[in-house]
Design a protein around this ligand. Structure first.
Ligand code: S3P
Length: 472
């Protein structure tokens, strides 16, 4: 039986196998505690893994499109591998070639097949929400589950608009997974104004609009990342984006055909954020991070750090496969506190944990506003950062949707052990804090880091970092 289960896990594309079987995420395996101690400056030229948002979308559209899609630089993090496995269950083909390039092939728009098993998306909110949209416009039922973190996340924000399009849902209380999407044979196009700024919700509706007749429109009061719109266009789908008095309106014309193409995935700016902040806070640092995605809706952190006095130079800016990319030259800098307006939140929503670490080393108060969405990420990131920073001796005030970090320009005390609640970004943030703090910082489990940044520890240590496994 274990052999059978192992084979099945492999066919699902699950990278690691744990005793509990394939229904369980990797995070339910033995925790991997890590510690980081005071390091010297970072030096070197590095590349971070591919962008998570772009990778999910490339696999979904590639495994749906007619003909072959080549994906260069795909993030091979656990979240994305779960999406690859889900697309295989829905009838698409996706696999990594011996040359390291991922290839996908589908049956064309409208060609998904009912999955013969539950889609287990592990820790991946993006994978779950976008796929819920994709399958909602098909006359079939699709079951979704994931790890404890995903099973606690709100999905009504996606099922509400998809219900208006004709799909129905069976969920746990408060719309949480496990859940079933009962898709519709006759989806209706809608015009939907987003109640929260969310690229995932926008993308779920656009994905449903693919197999819906007519024009489906999403209006967003605050513009969020537009990878879905850019990629749909690249696959040959008609997508119109216009500014309206109510916000940015993105419209998709349904029933177009998706044609296979080459996708080049840029390095993930949300992953680059960790070596960037580490270099800024560690005296003597001088690093170059090559090939970082610089989509204008993703660079709020870089803008904020520059306002704080960071030395970050963009070199070699270029467009690759429709996305802006560049190399970032980062040097140790004396940072000053700033106010980060709520309007900037959509362009740096995943970067507040590491920004709050930068703020802990800055001189003066850094006020971060409009953070309500952080409460419903892989964990309550606002609460997690406030608790962890306080445990490291950082003075701060926390509100329902804001955080003020009061830096004094000196190294925080550190010396705390932090529980990361299956959340990769606080995990990496506290390890970066430990590199610059007076005393080492440890986290209870480094394994969630693999969801978005496989090789994080090696990359940081390769530049001079001091992150190590905690000895039992
Ligand atoms: C993502 C959008 C963001 C972000 C997530 C990835 C995407 O979520 O936090 O990590 O790929 O569309 P929301 O859209 O819920 O803000």
């Amino acid at each position: 039986r274990p052999v059978l289960e192992k084979r099945r896990a492999r066919s699902l594309g699950i990278v690691s196998f744990c005793k509990t079987g394939i229904g369980m995420s990797k995070h339910s395996s033995t925790p991997r505690p890590l510690t980081s101690g005071t390091g010297s400056g970072l030096h070197g030229v590095v590349r971070v893994p591919g962008d998570k948002s772009v990778s999910h979308r490339a696999l979904m559209l590639g495994a749906l499109a007619l003909g072959e899609t080549e994906i260069h630089g795909l993030l091979e993090g656990e979240d994305v591998l779960r999406t690859a496995a889900a697309m295989r269950l829905l009838g698409g083909e996706t696999e990594k070639g011996a040359d390291g390039i991922w290839r996908a092939r589908g049956r064309g728009n409208g060609g998904l097949a009912e999955a013969a098993d539950v889609l287990d998306l592990g820790n991946a909110g993006t994978g779950t929400r976008l796929l819920m949209g994709l399958v909602a416009a098909y006359p079939m039922t699709t079951f979704f589950t994931g790890d404890a973190s995903l099973r606690s996340r709100p999905m009504a924000r996606v099922s509400d608009p998809l219900s208006q399009m004709g799909a129905s849902f069976v969920t746990r209380s408060k719309g949480r997974p496990p859940l079933a999407v009962i898709g519709t044979a006759s989806p209706r196009p809608i015009t939907y104004k987003l109640p929260v700024a969310s690229a995932q919700v926008k993308s779920a509706i656009l994905m449903a609009g693919l197999n819906t007749p007519g024009i489906t429109t999403v209006i967003e009061p605050e513009a969020t990342r537009d990878h879905t719109e850019l990629m749909l266009r690249g696959f040959g789908i008609e997508v119109k984006v216009e500014e309206t008095p109510e916000g940015r309106a993105s419209s998709i014309k349904g029933h177009g055909e998706l044609k296979g193409r080459k996708v080049v995935v840029p390095g993930d700016p949300s992953s680059a954020a960790f070596p960037i902040v580490a270099a800024l806070i560690l005296p003597g640092s001088d690093i170059l991070i090559e090939n970082v995605g610089l989509n204008p809706h993703r660079i709020g952190l870089i803008d904020t750090l520059i306002e704080m006095g960071a030395s970050i130079d963009v070199k070699n800016a270029r467009i690759e496969a429709g996305e802006k990319v560049g190399d970032l030259h980062v040097k140790h800098s004396h940072l000053k506190g700033v106010t980060v307006p709520a309007a900037r939140a959509p362009s740096m929503i995943d970067e507040y944990p590491i920004l709050s670490v930068a703020a802990a080393f800055a001189e003066g108060e850094t006020k971060m506003l409009g953070l309500g969405e952080l409460r419903v990420k892989e964990s309550d990131r606002l609460g997690a950062m406030a608790r962890g920073l306080a445990a490291c001796g950082v003075s701060l005030d926390e509100g329902e949707d804001w955080l003020t970090v009061k830096g004094n320009g000196k190294r925080p005390k550190g010396g705390a052990h932090i529980a990361v609640n299956l959340d990769h970004r606080p995990a990496m943030s506290f390890l970066v804090l430990g590199l610059g703090a007076q005393m080492p910082v440890s986290i209870d489990d480094g394994s969630p880091i693999d969801t978005s940044f496989p090789g994080f520890v090696e990359l940081m240590n390769g530049m001079g970092g001091t992150i190590a496994a905690v000895k039992a």
